[in-house]
Design a binder for this molecule. Sequence first.
Ligand SMILES: [Zn+2]
Length: 283
Amino acid sequence: MSESSLSSKPDLPVRLNRNLNGYLGEKLDSVDGYLVEILKAARRLEFSATWLGDKIRHPNLELLWLRRKTSPDQPWVYISSGVHGDEPAGPLALLRCMQSGALPEGLNYDIFPCLNPWGLNSGSRLTSTGIDLNRDYKSLQTPEAQIHHQWFQSRKNHPPNYLASICIHEDWESEGFYLYEVNPGKLPSHAEFVIEEVARTFPVESGAMIDGMPAQQGIIRPEENIELREEWPEAIYMIAHQISLRNYTLETSSDYSLKSRVSAHCIALQTLLERLRLESEIL
Ligand SMILES: [Zn+2]
């Protein structure tokens, strides 16, 4: 794909130039309302729904875990969103994908649609205790990370080890869509396919550096030993603990209309899931 094909399509959404020192767009009306809707959609798709929490230490915090195990022979995929509460397109895209039945058969799913409910309700990147949850998966200071970690620990003897984990985010500063691919075992890469599909309807970040890291055509493949980082995002936690064989972190620029960002994430997610399904059929 040439660079011009990423940026010169006349029908792509236009940057709003609204964000200033942070995200200044829409937020979710209510996280409770969101959770009601995604629960409805999940039940229609025959997902089980479980609320995780610690009623004694953190009575006001529950995390929703959705699971669909269609067949024990199918690979498992993990999807999360809502880690940063000022990035509403992720949870909304997951809702839309579930409402439209766009999650392909042939994969088993664990889904956490809303890992920072207080942040999403408030439109804040941080948790209620003022911590960036996506930097807390090593030190585990926040109740959100602790509850999530307990769940990962509880499944130790009953893995799925995920064929891939997918974390859905947004970036208030970026020019367009990009993704991180962490693939320590050099399994087949699906990053280019995702970028190519997204680029049809949403600008793709084309810079040689994104978020301080070298990038190519909107793809960042961290080279360093990521486990040595002082602060772990959810993605690195899953790779470091060998919970997930690969991780994709999807990022829209949040300086475009919410509708176009939700749509871009849906396209990215569906493309990736379909590729993973095909890969598992071939292997
Ligand atoms: Zn984020």
